[in-house]
Design a protein. Structure first.
Length: 416
């Protein structure tokens, strides 16, 4: 049986002596990940138009909701098996197939007249989106190493959050030409497929000589590591969509009814996420433990302020604080998750992280239904969730303090 790579981090692994990843590879792979925000945001402004068009369809509200959320469920379900497949047959091949399928499935509703068929096509979009997200992130983690890899992953998260705002605005403009018009945006995948085919290559997964060894690729140590980081990713994903989705309901509960004011309030949380992920690119030299602990304190404090202070300015400040912490946390968790696994299993780790991120997105509404029931209001739900985040912050702080003490006792054993 051929031996498996045993490195935690493969570093750069060119397919041949003449192949080495550079600026073009990073830019192409980062731009590919923007397809995720196209799937999530471009249709949001036209969902009411779709509801009017399909008025009379049984369970209309549920079906329209599925149009928006079913891709996230598909990503959560299929990211891990697709990641396993990319480890076996190559991430580049998965990326090419995923982008082709994403583009074709995405534009299908231009010709579909059945709401059920549109929902089915949206599920297919999610399956191919899982392939695109998992494969592109895996290739970044294999093309680059160390701070260079972390910077590209941080740029990926930051630019995706910025593009999310642009995509929603574009979807609203396209919606002026009818509810089908935003579906043309999915053809961008076919356009981006050309530079992907031209620029990217499948890297050989060669271990670095100085990498920390594992006894076997399936050793429980990295599995536990990825599981903990995916759990944190799930909670920060719930946090991000709390700021984007639930914050508006809280404003309405407190008497804010003007749509522009609600939009302004939500923009503080969404903008904070983008700013946090951008700021994280300048803090990569700081240990990830310190960044995570500080970020969860920001999240808990921001959500707590939103929950207890009904003033609009205070709520916006709290949303901004929580968004800054969430943006930094997402970027940090992605970087350390893909870095600290064997090269042969990069796809699986990336798939698990992607699944956790999209599962949090999909489950945010039912989670808050439960929290609203327990707390008696949206303000109570925010306070309960702030308490959950505070517990995570305390655990992260204790873990950081223990790691600091171990580092002082054994400076040569310092980890990320």
């Amino acid at each position: 049986m051929p031996s498996q790579p045993t490195a935690v981090d493969s570093g750069r692994a060119p397919a041949g002596p003449e192949r080495q990843a550079g600026l073009a590879h990073g830019v192409v792979l980062v731009s590919v990940t923007w397809l995720a925000v196209v799937a999530a945001g471009v249709l949001a402004p036209v969902l009411p138009q779709m509801a009017d068009h399909f008025a009379g369809v049984p369970r209309l509200g549920l079906m329209i909701g599925f149009v928006a959320t079913i891709p996230a469920l598909a990503v959560a379900l299929f990211s891990v098996p697709i990641g396993q497949m990319s480890d076996r047959i190559g991430a580049r091949r998965i990326l090419v197939v995923g982008m082709s399928g994403y583009g074709l499935a995405g534009i299908l509703p231009l010709w579909l007249d059945s709401l059920s068929a549109i929902v089915a096509s949206r599920f297919l979009v999610g399956v191919f989106e899982a392939a695109v997200m998992t494969a592109s992130t895996t290739l970044i983690s294999l093309y680059f190493t160390g701070l260079q890899r972390d910077r590209w992953l941080a740029v990926q998260v930051a630019s995706t959050n910025v593009m999310g705002v642009i995509v929603v605005l574009a979807g609203g403009l396209a919606g002026e030409h009818g509810w089908r018009a935003p579906f043309f945006a999915y053809a961008i995948a076919i356009v981006l497929l050309l530079p992907v085919i031209w620029v990217t290559y499948e890297p050989a997964r060669v271990p670095r000589a100085d990498a920390r060894p594992f006894d076997a690729p399936a050793e429980p140590s990295w599995i536990r590591l990825v599981a903990v980081r995916c759990a944190l990713t799930f909670f920060v994903s719930v946090t991000v969509y709390t700021l984007i989705v639930q914050f508006g309901f809280l404003l309405v509960e407190r008497g804010v009814t003007d749509p522009s004011t609600i939009g302004l309030g939500i923009s503080f949380g969404a903008g904070g996420v983008a700013m946090g992920s951008i700021a994280n690119t300048a803090m990569l030299a700081i240990s990830s433990r310190y960044r995570l602990a500080a970020s969860w304190v920001l999240i808990a404090g921001g959500l707590g302020l939103v929950a207890v202070d009904a003033g609009f300015a205070a709520m916006c400040l709290g949303a901004l604080m929580a968004g800054l912490g969430a943006g930094c946390t997402v970027s940090t968790l992605l970087c350390i998750t893909v870095a600290d696994v064997p090269a042969a299993l990069k796809g699986r780790a990336t798939g698990a992280w992607t699944a956790a991120m999209f599962l949090g997105q999909f489950l945010n509404p039912p989670i808050f239904l439960v929290l609203v029931h327990l707390g008696g209001s949206h303000a109570g739900a925010f306070l309960l969730y702030a308490g959950i985040c505070a517990a995570i912050a305390i655990a992260a702080g204790v873990h950081t303090a223990m790691a600091w003490r171990r580092t002082r006792a054994d400076p040569l054993g310092q980890a990320r």
